[in-house]
Ligand binder design. Structure first.
Ligand SMILES: O=P(O)(O)O[C@H]1O[C@H](CO)[C@@H](O[C@H]2O[C@H](CO)[C@@H](O)[C@H](O)[C@H]2O)[C@H](O)[C@H]1O
Length: 644
């Protein structure tokens, strides 16, 4: 179709896959839109970003400014959860073009009498829009333009800033071109900033040998809150399968009394809608959630869409499981891992709609209990379009709900899950140890398109991953890994007691914990508070006080003449909070070197000085030069400096 337009709009950023997927923001963030916008010829043009919340009727306009090389930019703030639409509009601005032409001709000494007459049409348009002093100004100009005697005065008015300002405020947008509409989904702030503590409630009993319960676990909540965590994540809390139950240390045959794996969901006591009887009742769980809330904690549940062989679904809905020719159902796998105690749902079954509906209802049941954060187990082994559908459906009525994708899969697969709607994602941080690889990974997360849709959640450990660098490691290594996670990423989590108490004994030659809580109930002396407990608490308090640490994308690595020291600068959107973080990657020795302040970012210091206030030790250093000496030892292997 032939369209009458004077400008072309190309290369709009941000957008994902030509708008197939939405970008993400949290409430209060900016969406900075840029595009190549080109008029034919050399006429003056204008452009704007149009945006509106999906629930609004009218579009808001924000004018774009020209950068260089026909690139334009304009931004808007998102203030409400849910979808926003945005698009770009550009037009040749005949009025401004006229004014610009007059100025150029006058500079060249030309007489512009006929141009003034020509301009009356633009003034007439503005006149129809304004009132009061503006109207008086325009009416007066029109009469000046038409009268030969007032030529000088007319020129003054024609080239005035006042008129330029009116043209900008009341554009005619003749033959404008508008781009396609793109979308941004706005989550609550927690999507960007959250601090997770994972523990197995069955290990929360007071007495060793007892099965923990929600009631007993309530006493742990103040402790977790005092440490500065805001999310308590519980592995699955449903009845655990008894058929093919796994034993301790991942043995495939359970012994009498073995408690099985929480992810093997479903038994004669029920499935995903029920609670494991020994943990308590539904009202106990509700009370636990309520109690957590009083301490500022949210309870995150695990969505593990799979079934133990004795899950009620297997007899009630055999069509939801794919049978082999011999009538059996293949157990699940995530090669090379074997999950002999569970089977997968058949997401492609002819009755898939009923299965999907059931899984949505399961999710909504727990949302109804007050759960608004889910860690989703193994999402990469289910169809992308299922997650897209489920997340969309839940968020329609419950925009607060957040989904964390537990996929340690191929990079593109993890990215795809985030594009399909997951609000946060696990990452490869757990395996990034060296300075160069940490920088490379952070640059990928924060300087590429990933920053628009992939919200990383950094975990130093999980029940599944006892990384080699933590095996046998002491306090310093744990401090390093926590400090890195807590300052590099807005979202972080630890598999709590094991990390805090530095329980690192592995299954030989594996990144697995020996005597893992996945397969047996453990008992922890939660009264113990060690140095790690205190340092973690302090770091979490700093995170809460400093907006620069409440997002991931504002980061710049700094020059540092030592490969064992990682230095980076972080800031908040207003630059009222600016931090310099230096982490030693060496748990065994003191490391020293000179760090380069990013002067072009932080600007000149008062009296040529920068006051560096260490938020960990409450010590102040006066730095007067660009390169400054630092030394870190294993006692406290990091600095978090506030730049004053
Ligand atoms: O496959 P992933 O690495 O994503 O791991 C997640 O899913 C696993 C399956 O749910 C889960 O594995 C645990 O539960 C299984 C089912 O009971 C059991 O067979 C495995 O031995 C056990 O590790 C894993 O914990 C979870 O993070």
């Amino acid at each position: 179709m032939l369209r009458q337009e004077r400008v072309v709009i190309n290369e709009i950023r941000p957008q994902l896959e030509c708008g197939t997927f939405y970008i993400k923001r949290v409430v209060g963030e900016q969406v900075l839109v840029s595009a190549d916008i080109l008029p034919d010829g050399h006429d003056v043009m204008q452009a704007e970003v149009l945006y509106k919340h999906a629930s609004a009727r009218t579009w808001k306009e924000v004018r774009m400014r020209e950068l260089i090389n026909d690139r334009w930019e304009g931004g808007f703030e998102v203030t409400k959860q849910g979808f926003y639409d945005y698009k770009v509009r550009g037009w040749v601005d005949y009025a401004l073009n006229w004014q610009h032409g007059i100025e150029a001709k006058l500079k060249d000494g030309q007489h512009v009498r006929s141009e003034l007459l020509d301009g009356i049409q633009y003034l007439d348009f503005v006149k129809s829009k304004v009132s009061g002093a503006d109207k008086t100004f325009v009416v007066n100009l029109i009469s000046l333009f038409g009268a030969e005697a007032s030529y000088d005065e007319a020129i003054g008015g024609a080239t005035s800033e006042q008129l330029c300002d009116l043209f900008i405020r009341y554009p005619q947008r003749i033959l404008a071109n508008t781009s396609k509409t793109l979308r941004v989904y706005v989550d609550r702030r927690k999507a960007n900033f959250s601090t997770w503590y994972e523990f197995f409630p069955r290990s929360g009993a007071r007495e060793a040998g007892d099965h923990g319960s929600f009631k007993e676990c309530e006493r742990l909540l103040p402790r977790i809150a005092e440490m500065g965590f805001d999310t308590v994540y519980l592995p699955p809390i449903h009845p655990i399968g008894e058929v093919n139950r796994k034993g301790k240390n991942n043995t495939t045959e359970a012994q009498e009394g073995d408690s099985g794996v929480p992810w093997a969901i479903g038994s004669k006591y029920g499935g995903h809608r029920e609670i494991h009887p020994e943990l308590g009742s539904e009202s106990d769980f509700k009370a636990f959630i309520r109690k957590a809330k009083t301490y500022g904690l949210e309870v995150a549940m695990d969505l593990a869409f799979q079934a133990a062989p004795d899950h009620p679904y297997i007899s009630q809905h055999p069509e939801w499981f794919r049978k082999r020719p011999d009538g059996t159902i293949q157990y699940a796998e995530n090669p090379p891992k074997k999950y002999q105690d569970i089977v997968n749902f058949w997401f492609e079954s002819s009755d898939y709609k009923a299965l999907w509906k059931e899984l949505l209802e399961v999710t909504l049941k727990w949302v109804g209990f007050g759960v608004a954060v889910f860690r989703v187990d193994n999402p990469h082994t289910k169809p992308y379009y299922f997650w897209n559908w489920l997340i969309t459906e839940v968020k329609k009525a419950h925009p607060d709900v957040l989904f964390l994708a537990e996929a340690f899969s191929r990079p593109r697969v993890m990215q795809q899950l985030a594009k399909q709607g997951f609000c946060q994602s696990y990452t490869y941080f757990t395996w990034r140890e060296h300075k160069a690889e940490l920088i490379e990974y952070m640059v990928e997360l924060t300087q590429t398109e990933m920053r628009e849709y992939y919200r990383p959640n950094f975990w130093p450990n999980t029940p599944d991953i006892n990384p080699y660098h933590l095996q046998g490691a002491g306090e310093a290594m744990h401090l390093i890994r926590y400090a890195l996670a807590a300052t590099l990423s807005g979202n972080l989590g630890i598999y709590g007691p094991v990390f805090e108490y530095m329980v690192t004994e592995p299954v030989p030659n594996k990144e697995e914990y020996l005597n893992s809580e996945k397969y047996e109930i453990r008992h922890w002396d939660w009264d113990i508070k060690n140095k790690l407990t205190h340092v973690i608490s302090r770091v979490n308090a700093i995170r809460k006080e400093h907006p620069a640490l409440q997002q991931t994308n504002n980061i710049r690595f700094c020059g540092m003449g030592n490969d064992q020291l990682l230095a980076f600068y972080k800031w908040d959107d207003t630059r009222s909070d600016q931090l310099l973080i230096i982490v030693s990657l060496d748990p065994g020795h003191t490391q020293q070197g000179h760090v380069q302040l990013p002067l072009d970012e932080i600007g000149p210091g008062a009296n040529g000085r920068y006051e560096m206030y260490d938020l960990m030790t409450h010590t102040t250093y006066q730095w007067e030069t660009e390169w400054n000496y630092v030394a870190l030892n294993p006692d406290l292997p990091f600095h978090i400096f506030q730049i004053k």
